[in-house]
Ligand binder design. Sequence first.
Ligand code: SAH
Length: 241
Amino acid sequence: MSFRASVLTLYPEMFPGALGLSLAGRALEAGVWSLEAVQIRDFATDRHRTVDDTPAGGGAGMVMRADILAKAIDHAAPQGDPRPLLLMSPRGRPLTQARVRELAAGPGAVILCGRFEGVDQRVIEARGLEEVSIGDFILSGGEPAALVLLDAVVRLLPGVMGNDASGDEESFENGLLEHPHYTRPQEFEGRPIPDVLISGNHAKIAAWRREQALKLTQERRPDLLSGREQAASGKKNAPEA
Ligand code: SAH
């Protein structure tokens, strides 16, 4: 059974977008995953196909209506649909590689993309939507966030990445940022490739990469280290600095 994504949006033309190209696009064509973009406006009930209204209590902007969104959700995911219902939202739990892995191991996802000021709180509660953020910044709509989430998930689906092993060493997969990479030429603008990488000594190379990864993580993302298990940070070849 392949991973099934349904995206609820006012802009179905944004899909598959970037996910129609490269690895994700080939996997889509091959049926490794499927994507359905549902036009929320199709569930409006008035002549003007209105999906939003002014905020209760006043204030700027517009809010997406709970009743229309509920109809769109129930159409895309009828009762008994096993897929998680996600709402892209800056107020959500920040997306992590761990959550991406869980999603990739599941049957798919139903993803609601907000617009305007966001969506009526009651549909979030009534349908048990899981709010997911892609970072501490504000997009104009949930669509780019849904594309980001799906990109991260799809590359983990079986058979999508040519070299399956490469998925295990990426940044975050072991709680660290990844070590730096080098390739030919041997020297670039006076900068050589670090000697150890051309030594052919695989144990030394592995130790060097691990040291670099730790150093980089300490410098840039100490928060990742504090969350890690004692076992990993207590290893013998941890760097001195
Ligand atoms: N008024 C809201 C922001 C609305 S932005 C607030 O201050 O919280 C409009 C829509 O863009 C949101 O409903 C959401 O679907 C999407 N969006 C914006 N930023 C996002 C982020 N960082 N992660 C995920 N979705 C986001």
